[in-house]
Design a protein around this ligand. Structure first.
Ligand SMILES: *Cc1c(COP(=O)(O)O)cnc(C)c1O
Length: 457
C-alpha cells in the first residue's frame, strides 16, 4: 500500500474529525462569507506524482480553492433556483459516501429497497397516486430526459415501432408542444435524437407564462396524430403554472403523452394556498421534480415519476447475463440512465425522516413569505419595477429606467457579495430574478437583499 494511503488508513477516525471540523467552520461562516466572491481561479497545477496525504490535501484545498467558493448553501444565494442542505440531508449525504452502495440491483438489494421507500414518500408529498412509479436521477434535466425518453417510446408504440430497438429513424418526425418550456427540454430533445426543432412553442395566456389551453388544442389538431405535451408547473421567471386540469382534459379528444416539468413547482403542493395548482398533477404520464432545489438535499438529486414503467424498462433495460430478468418489479438498473450509481435516495430519506411533511412545509411557507417581503420592497422602491406578481417563490424585477442587460449585470455584480441574483429576460425585458428555496433564508435576509439593492441604485 502507498505510504500516504496506509498512513491515512491508520489515522482515519482522526482525519475524518479534521474533515468534520473544516466542514463545520465552513458552515459557521456561511451566512457572512461573500455570497459570490470575486476570486481569481488558481493556476492549474500538474498531476502530483507523489501525494501529500489527506491532511495535506485538506490544507491545500482550504488555501487554494475554498476562498473562491460561493455561499451557495447559505441564505442569500438567490440566483437560479438553488436549495441548500438541511442538517439531516448533509448527514445522509456523508453516509452515502461512507457506505458506498450501488443501489441498483436485487443481487444486493437494500439500497434499492431504501430508494423505493423514499420514492413512495415523495409520491405522497406531491399528491401522486400509486399508479406513479419513480426513480432517482441526478437532476431535473435528467428527469425531463427520462420523461421524454419514455414519451418517445410511447410515440413508437402508437406508430407500431419500438424506438428502443429500431432507433429514432424508425419513428419519423415527432412534435413536442409546450408553452414556456425550460431550456433543459430542448437539451433533452437533442440528446434523445428527437431534435430541438421538434419543440413547438404554443401561445401563452395574455401577460402570463402559462400556456393558452385553446391554443394548445389548436396545435394538437394541427399535429394530426399522437404527440408530446410538456406542461409547466412552475416557470423559472415568474413561477407560472399551466392549467394542468385543462391540459389533461384535452386527452379526452387528442392522443398525447403528458409530461409535467414540476422541477420546483411541485413543492407548491406543501402550501395550502397553492396546492390547487397541482391538483391534476396525477393525470400526467410522467413528472419531473428536482430535489436539490426546494427539498434542500445536496446536488445530484431529482426524481422522475411515470405511469408507464413498462415503457421505461423498454428504454433503460440493461440486458447482462449477471443481472437477471426484468420481472414485475424491475431492478433500478433497468429504469435509470445509469447502470451504477450511489445510493442517491439516502439524503432525501434522511431529511424526510428527520423533518417530515410538516418540517418541509414550513421551509416552503417561509420561502414564500421571503419572496413576498422582497416583492413588496421592490414595489416600494423608486427605481425598481416588479415585472410580474410574486406567484410563489421568485421575484422578477427590473430597473424602472433604461433596464439594459449591462446595467442589470452591473447591479447584480455589485450586489453579489451580499446577495446573489441572476439575470433573465421576461417578454423581451431584461430583468433580474431572486428565487427563495433555501431552508436557512429568513425574512430578514429578504430585507437585507432589498436594502442592498436600494443602496446600489
Ligand atoms: C432547474 C430546472 C430544470 C433543470 O434542473 P437541473 O437540476 O439544473 O438539471 C428544469 N426545469 C425547471 C422548471 C427548472 O426549474
Amino acid at each position: 500500500m502507498d505510504s500516504h494511503l496506509a498512513g491515512d488508513l491508520a489515522r482515519l477516525p482522526a482525519l475524518l474529525d479534521s474533515t468534520r471540523r473544516r466542514a463545520t467552520t465552513f458552515l459557521d461562516g456561511l451566512a457572512e462569507r461573500p455570497v459570490v466572491p470575486a476570486w481569481p481561479a488558481p493556476e492549474p497545477t500538474a498531476l502530483p506524482s507523489t501525494g501529500i496525504g489527506l491532511e495535506g490535501a485538506l490544507e491545500e484545498f482550504a488555501r487554494r480553492w475554498e476562498p473562491g467558493l460561493s455561499a451557495s448553501a447559505g441564505p442569500r444565494y438567490l440566483g437560479f433556483v438553488t436549495g441548500g442542505v438541511t442538517p439531516a440531508a448533509l448527514a445522509g449525504d456523508w453516509l452515502t459516501a461512507t457506505v458506498d452502495q450501488n443501489a441498483m440491483s436485487s443481487l444486493d438489494p437494500t439500497g434499492q429497497h431504501l430508494e423505493r421507500e423514499t420514492v413512495g414518500w415523495l409520491r405522497e408529498l406531491f399528491g401522486l397516486s400509486p399508479a406513479h412509479q419513480g426513480v432517482f436521477v441526478s437532476g431535473a434535466t435528467m428527469s425531463n430526459t427520462v420523461g421524454l425518453a419514455i414519451a418517445r417510446e410511447w410515440l413508437g408504440e402508437s406508430r407500431g415501432v419500438s424506438v428502443a430497438d429500431a432507433g429514432t429513424a424508425a419513428l419519423g418526425p415527432v412534435r413536442v408542444l409546450s408553452g414556456s418550456a425550460h431550456s433543459s427540454i430542448a437539451k433533452a430533445l437533442s440528446m434523445l435524437g428527437m431534435g430541438r426543432d421538434s419543440l413547438t412553442t404554443v401561445a401563452l395566456l395574455p401577460g402570463r407564462e402559462a400556456v393558452d389551453p385553446a391554443a394548445l388544442e389548436r396545435a394538437l389538431e394541427q399535429a394530426q396524430g399522437p404527440c408530446v405535451v410538456v406542461a409547466n408547473a412552475g416557470t423559472v421567471n415568474t413561477v407560472d403554472f399551466d392549467d394542468l386540469r385543462a391540459v389533461a382534459d384535452l386527452k379526452r379528444r387528442h392522443a398525447f403523452w403528458l409530461h409535467v416539468d414540476a422541477a420546483f413547482g411541485a413543492f407548491a403542493a406543501l402550501s395550502a394556498e397553492h396546492a390547487h395548482l397541482l391538483a391534476a398533477l396525477d393525470q400526467a404520464d410522467s413528472v419531473c421534480v428536482d430535489l436539490h432545489k426546494w427539498l434542500n438535499v445536496p446536488y445530484d438529486s431529482a426524481v422522475h415519476f411515470t405511469r408507464r414503467r413498462d415503457l421505461q424498462a423498454r428504454v433503460f433495460q440493461n440486458a447482462a447475463a449477471y443481472l437477471g430478468p426484468l420481472g414485475d418489479t424491475p431492478d433500478l438498473v433497468h429504469l435509470s440512465p445509469e447502470n451504477s450509481r450511489r445510493m442517491r435516495a439516502l439524503a432525501t430519506w434522511f431529511t424526510l425522516r428527520a423533518y417530515g411533511r410538516e418540517g418541509h412545509k414550513e421551509i416552503v411557507e417561509r420561502c414564500l413569505a421571503c419572496a413576498r417581503t422582497l416583492g413588496q420592497a421592490v414595489e416600494a422602491t423608486a427605481g425598481l419595477r416588479l415585472l410580474a406578481p410574486v406567484r410563489l417563490n421568485v421575484v422578477c424585477f427590473t430597473l424602472e429606467h433604461d433596464p439594459t442587460p449591462q446595467r442589470l449585470a452591473a447591479l447584480a455584480e455589485a450586489a453579489a457579495p451580499e446577495v446573489f441574483l441572476t439575470p433573465t429576460v421576461l417578454d423581451g425585458v431584461p430583468a433580474l430574478r431572486a428565487a427563495f428555496s433555501n431552508w436557512r433564508t429568513t425574512p430578514s435576509d429578504a430585507r437585507r437583499a432589498a436594502d442592498t439593492l436600494r443602496r446600489l441604485l
